[in-house]
Design a protein around this ligand. Structure first.
Ligand SMILES: [Cu+2]
Length: 155
């Protein structure tokens, strides 16, 4: 009788240990994404200085933020496609190249523009960007323009 009761408890302990190893014990509070221009597909982005690509995902603790910097030769508007509400805060308007006028912080309208997205609630947040027109004429690219995607898991 005693032995049969010990086994399930041990199994639970092993299972708990497995989950603890998978979930990051202490997720980061900040990440950064940088959009750049490229010949094939027009643009891609890099997470925390890593390899450039189209789809990125990151895990943050709630209250954390992601800063997106647009170094592409066209504007990008940040669009949340699913998840709880977020707060956009402009970090930089960027340099002189780009669109003129006043835009909400989700719109990265100039080269070097940066905006921070703050995540106050736990959950899964998904984003894409809507790219606008080139700042200057004569920019040549090959293939379809890439669609940038971001998944943020907030614990
Ligand atoms: Cu582009």
């Amino acid at each position: 009788m005693k032995a049969t009761r010990t086994i399930p408890i041990l199994a639970l302990l092993v299972l708990a240990g497995t989950f603890a190893a998978v979930a990051p014990a202490n997720p980061a509070s900040h990440a950064s994404l940088t959009i750049h221009h490229q010949l094939r597909g027009c643009h891609s982005w890099s997470l925390n200085g890593g390899a450039f690509g189209t789809s990125k995902s990151v895990t943050l603790r709630h209250g954390g933020s992601v800063t997106v910097t647009n170094n592409d030769v066209m504007p990008h508007k940040l669009i949340e496609s699913s998840g709880p509400a977020v707060l956009y805060t402009r970090v930089s308007r960027g340099g002189s190249m780009g669109m003129h006028g006043t835009y909400p912080p989700a719109m990265l309208a100039r080269m070097g523009a940066a905006t921070s997205i703050t995540f106050s609630k736990p959950g899964v947040y998904r984003f894409t960007t809507k790219a606008g027109e080139d700042y200057m004429s004569g920019v040549k690219t090959t293939g379809e323009d890439n669609v940038l995607r971001l998944t943020v898991r907030v614990s």
